[in-house]
Design a protein around this ligand. Structure first.
Ligand code: BDR
Ligand code: CA
Length: 316
């Protein structure tokens, strides 16, 4: 990868795995992060914005942060997920003071302006509800012709969901927004639970992070211990690790060869009694080429090797 850095906008709901995704993106020499947009999800939007600003601050960067949606497009917000991310979104760890401020523009206006300023160039990397992107598309529908690709952490194609039997959190949290994005015509790479549950950060990895060398190490070690415990208490088959959902989407935006994909038509269920938020993948062989490149396999070792090196975890 010798070409100039790929311009991206990262959409987050920081969130413990979002915090790792921000570190992965801002420490990349292959990505140029033009801005980070925030929304409700793992916590309320004020909290996710503060956590995002904190990560930017600890990473020593000046990436602009734009606060966005505080609720889904049409339904009420179901509330945060303190069981997984803590009441403060970062594992209830005591946080340092945040001195940075969000930009005055809101997330949807920023998305419109940045895409218009760089037509056909910006990859949107979404690791949260799709509300900000949906709002930008409603505001300026032509954006769908100007965004070359969305790399999305979201959905569960051929594996169970993590909120309901069939729905993954980022889609379940605003199904109408997600369906609008899937129907927009923008090419999508879906990095769903099919691959993210195979990208595992372990307690042993955390132990190999040197807090004196890395300003965010203490915070993310403690927060991730909380996250690992949450996964362990929810699923007896999980022992000593948590999935790196959001960093994997950033990694795929940087290096699509980390996953193999197949195109499928994908829509989101918005009216199901049992299936709201399901990513419905039409896998019938008679079907025409789809709107979504679905990530199906992951080069686990290559991803984890790059992840460890990028975020400052000493190799084994
Ligand atoms: C996704 O949901 C959020 O809680 C995580 O940050 C991740 O983006 C995983 O389903
Ligand atoms: Ca997230």
């Amino acid at each position: 990868m010798n070409s100039s850095p790929r311009p991206i906008v990262l959409d987050v709901d920081t969130g413990i795995d979002d915090a790792w995704a921000i570190a992965y993106a801002l420490r990349s020499s292959h990505l140029d992060v033009l801005g980070i947009t925030t929304g409700f999800g793992n916590a309320d939007v004020h909290t996710t914005t503060q956590n995002t600003l904190l990560m930017v601050q600890l990473l020593g960067k000046d990436t602009p942060v734009y606060a966005g949606a505080d609720r889904p497009l049409v339904r009420g917000w179901e509330g945060p997920v303190p069981e997984y991310h803590g009441h403060n979104g970062l594992g209830d760890v005591d946080l340092p003071a945040v001195v940075r401020r969000p930009e005055p523009a809101d997330a949807a206006s920023f998305l419109r302006d940045v895409v218009r300023a760089h037509p056909h160039q910006i990859t949107l990397v979404t690791v949260a509800r799709l509300t900000n992107v949906a709002r930008a598309l409603l505001f300026d529908p032509e954006l769908s012709h100007l965004i070359p690709r969305i790399v999305m952490m979201g959905g569960a194609a051929f594996v169970p969901g993590n909120i309901t039997a069939v729905a993954e959190a980022n889609i379940w949290g605003d199904p109408e927004a997600a369906d609008l994005v899937f129907r927009s015509g923008i090419p999508i790479t879906m990095v769903g639970l099919d691959v993210t549950m195979r990208a595992r950060l372990t307690r042993a990895d955390l132990a190999r992070m040197n807090p004196s060398a890395i300003p965010y190490a203490t915070l993310l070690k403690q927060a991730t211990e909380f996250y690992i415990r949450a996964y362990e208490s929810d699923d007896p088959s999980i022992d000593g690790w948590c999935p790196l959902h959001d960093p994997l989407a950033v990694a795929v935006a940087e290096d699509p060869s980390l996953v193999s994909t197949r195109p499928y038509p994908v829509r989101v269920e918005t009216r199901g009694a049992l299936t709201d938020g399901m990513t419905v993948v039409d896998a019938r062989s008679s079907n025409p080429q789809g709107n979504t490149d679905l990530a199906l396999t992951l080069d686990v070792e290559r991803f984890l090797g790059t992840f460890r090196e990028r975020v400052g975890i000493a190799q084994k």
